[in-house]
Design a protein around this ligand. Sequence first.
Ligand code: UDP
Length: 362
Amino acid sequence: MKITLIAGARPNFIKIAPIIRAIEKNNLTSGKKIDYRLVHTGQHYDDKLSKVFFEQLNIPEAHVNLGAGSGTQAEQTGKIMVEFERDLSAHPTDLVVVVGDVTSTMACTIVAKKMNTKVAHVEGGIRSFDMAMPEEINRMVTDSLADYFFTTSEVANQNLRHNGVKEERIFFVGNTMIDTLNANLSRAFKPQLWDKNKLDSKRYGVLTLHRPSNVDDPEKFAHWMQLLDEKAAMPLIFPVHPRTLKNFATLVQKPKNIITCDPLSYLEFIYLIKEAKVVITDSGGVQEETTVLGVPCITLRNNTERPETITFGTNEMTGDSYDLLIDSLTKLNYGQWKKGTIPPKWDGKTSERIVRILTSIS
Ligand code: UDP
């Protein structure tokens, strides 16, 4: 069976690494070989968001890089579609596998389906129901076209059923991001900033913010910075996403307790969140990782497409409410955070399940 695997952005690389490993293992042990072609769309091209993940996670070099680069939503979508159509015409395949919810996920799904090629969506079915999020549109379009869905939760299965997806196309397999986390925890290492800032385990927090709703409005972003700087009562390490950089640079009042750095490599970042007292974030993947690590997570969003991190895990959503954020920080500092459990099938074996299913549907 021939498959084409699509990856374009930082969280995609983390999700595809274990799928490739499981394919390679399958090809050594099973008669049903999978011949894969890895397509990097070039959506994230900065070494700190791309190259370092290939190196640390031993992802083989992509067969092609479509060089999509930056641009508006439409520009990126258009560039990826034009280039992927060319690539798929030259290299036809039995199945295109897309992961997550980035522009590349949606753009390559549209191209594949218009070329009569089947699509499987890893992380299908999750919904924030927030149409202001570009990722929600990517999820809805991808899931309205895909043929097979590899899901992370029962809630995702329900969302797909509500959309009329037949049961035989839904495969509840768990979470490939957690495969990567479990496989790499023992390799995680202290970032350089650890010693420089004299960090101690469980005495600092980690902050990540990159959603347009938090970082694009300079006033709102400045308010978050000021509030967190004053109320967190601990140093906060803030690896600044390229999207966030512009408005961080315009801050009139620079925070004193927020220590900024470039985006960290995966092995440094997971070390930092594993040892943190709290992680404050608007990332999707980080909500999942903190749940598995049992680290308190405060999500600065009004909705989450990953509700199991709240119902099972260590996540609390405080939305736009400064009061709720302060309540959560108070609870944390009094040691009253919920313990949480790991959601079903987030056990590090998801990619093996996916590959087993891929060989059976071919
Ligand atoms: N991450 C990283 N370095 C950082 C920040 C995040 O390696 O400086 C990892 C993190 O562990 C998670 C992924 O990047 O696996 C999340 O990516 P992001 O927040 O960009 O995307 P989202 O999950 O929100 O789509």
